[in-house]
Design a protein around this ligand. Structure first.
Ligand SMILES: [Zn+2]
Length: 75
């Protein structure tokens, strides 16, 4: 039994790839999802790939741009 990434219950889940990430999703969660996604997304060879709109995307840490450094003073 695998814990479903969507409902959190231990069920027989199948590994699904969404946006390049792998999820374990049970058929109960997958079926409505698959219906919603029907006719959407792109087909990819070899693997079953589904593209979902980003639901909760973590804020990517933005690296502070280095300030233009002043030229070192030469005394
Ligand atoms: Zn589930």
């Amino acid at each position: 039994m695998i814990q479903c990434d969507l409902c959190g219950q231990s069920k027989q889940c199948r590994q699904r790839e969404i946006e390049g990430k792998e999820y374990d999703i049970c058929s109960e969660c997958w079926n409505p999802l698959a219906k919603k996604l029907k006719g959407k997304g792109r087909l990819k060879k070899e693997r079953e790939v589904v593209f979902l709109p980003p639901l909760t995307r973590e804020h990517e840490p933005t690296e502070p741009k280095p300030l233009p450094g002043e030229p070192p003073k030469i005394w």
